[in-house]
Design a protein around this ligand. Structure first.
Ligand code: GDP
Ligand code: IMO
Ligand code: MG
Length: 421
């Protein structure tokens, strides 16, 4: 059976930490979509690790880690990541497996991403500039290169054809670049990756399943950045929802068991796009400061705001969440009041439904206000010891969304995790 961990908001919900916490219960961790736009942070034994492409089970030596076919891989970033984790005690030669069918991010994909964003000007998506959208465009356009191609004798010819197409695009954008600055590192990384286990991942996964192995599928980004259901066009270029597991790993829906949905006790968003409960004020500043809300990959300050129940309900509906995990609960300590948006008002009407064009809809969030708490949650290990005021807030959220919260994360470390009995 396959269980899934995914984000219910705009990414950075703490997926890396939670996967790391859950990994001992699994034989395999597999990424099914996204690429190095992700930044998943793990903390244990006083050390912090940020992963971009490699699954968050990599530090558990007995766990098989698979980069699935739905992922897009930048060899240069992957090499850097492998070098870094290897010096931190991981052994990726033994427990990292890469799908032949995962698409390759070429240096020119990154350049096209930059050129496209510059061309959009103030309407830019705020992409991570990792080449994600151009790579998925080539995949869908049937002109992409895949990891398996690097082993074929005609790889360079395929590469040259792709690059010739990208050059036409870059010229059209009138974008200045020097490819010779990027190519040596790219080809060096391609050679480096050849020493790892490049596999026919769908067969490999089915074989593991038939042997009764337990697989945890690790999502990247979040439901509200999903290409179909996010706040289009301010989204990423893959299916971040549970459905993405089937196409991103090659498994049937009947194999999916639990879906762990992760949400922060408040909201954040990086990049452009609508954010109804955003607090562009002192409260927002305080959330950013206390939550250390800066991108794990890009270092960009994250936009911050109160918890938004209409979007959370939407995310639960789309993903079929069975188990709920709330992270960063500790960050809300010290606020006099904690607010939660339980409805939207759009053109004088109250609703819980996310409108078609969120970017243009005039949404006025309707808030319920809770008394804050000052206790330091980060040292609490038992649910019973959590402050009553916090529990009232959490119980209200659970009641509104119709699902209990099973795990409450109270700090970045693996140990700072409270299981609700
Ligand atoms: P991901 O992309 O979903 O894996 O999340 P990120 O790693 O990008 O961002 C989450 C940030 O919050 C990281 O710096 C984590 O170390 C940190 N974090 C995770 N859970 C908690 C928590 O419960 N409390 C606090 N204070 N930080 C947390
Ligand atoms: P993790 O896995 C937060 C956002 C970008 C931008 C939009 C499109 O760490 O939660 P892209 O580079 O994908 O074309 O950018 O999506 N974005 C993320 N925001 N966390 C992420 O990943 C993100 N990956 C992409 O900021 O708004
Ligand atoms: Mg992140």
């Amino acid at each position: 059976m396959i269980d899934v961990v995914l984000g219910l908001q705009w990414g950075d919900e703490g997926k890396g930490k939670i996967v790391d916490v859950l990994t001992p219960q699994y034989d395999v961790v597999a990424r099914f979509q996204g690429g190095p736009n992700a930044g998943h942070t793990l903390e244990f034994n006083g050390q912090k690790h940020v992963l971009n492409t490699i699954p968050s089970g990599i530090f558990h030596h007995d766990c098989i880690n698979i980069i699935g076919n739905g992922v897009v891989i930048d060899p240069v970033t992957l090499k850097k990541e492998i070098d870094k984790i290897s010096s931190s005690g991981a052994n990726p030669k033994k427990n990292l497996y890469i799908s032949q069918k995962a698409h390759l991010i070429l240096p020119t994909h990154r350049l096209v991403d930059a050129a496209s964003e510059a061309h959009k000007g103030e309407h830019k998506i705020g992409s991570t500039l990792r080449g994600i959208s151009p790579t998925y465009q080539d995949k869908i356009g049937r002109s992409g290169l895949r990891i398996g191609d690097i082993l074929a004798p005609n790889f360079k010819a395929k590469y040259d054809t792709a690059v010739a197409n990208h050059k036409m695009l870059l010229d059209r954008f009138n974008f200045k670049y020097d490819l010779s600055e990027h190519e040596p590192a790219f080809f060096e990384a391609i050679e480096f990756i050849k020493q790892f286990q490049i596999i026919n991942s769908e067969y490999f996964i089915h074989d593991l399943l038939s042997k009764g192995k337990k697989i945890l599928a690790e999502g990247a980004q979040g439901t509200l950045l999903d290409i179909d259901f996010g706040s289009y066009p301010f989204v990423t270029s893959s299916n971040t929802i549970t459905g993405g597991v089937c196409s991103g790993l090659g498994v049937s829906p009947s194999k999916i068991n639990k879906v762990y949905g992760i949400f922060k006790a408040y909201c954040t968003r990086v990049g452009s796009g609508p954010f109804p409960t955003e607090q562009e004020n002192e409260t927002g500043e305080k959330l950013r400061k206390l939550g250390f809300e800066f991108g794990a990959t890009t270092g960009r300050p994250r936009r911050t705001g109160w918890l938004d129940l209409p979007t959370l309900k939407y995310a639960l509906m789309l993903n079929g969440v069975t188990d709920l995990i709330c992270t960063k609960s500790d960050v809300l300590s010290g606020f006099d009041e904690v607010l939660v948006c339980d409805e939207y008002e759009i053109e004088g009407k109250r609703t819980n439904e996310i409108p078609f064009n969120v970017a243009d809809a005039k949404i006025t969030p309707q808030y319920k206000t809770f008394k804050g708490w000052s206790e330091d949650l980060s040292v609490i290990k038992d649910y019973e010891k959590l402050p009553q005021t916090f529990k009232e807030y959490m119980n209200y959220v659970a009641e509104q969304i119709g699902l209990n919260v099973n795990v409450i994360s109270v700090g970045p470390d693996r140990e700072q995790t409270v299981f609700v009995k």
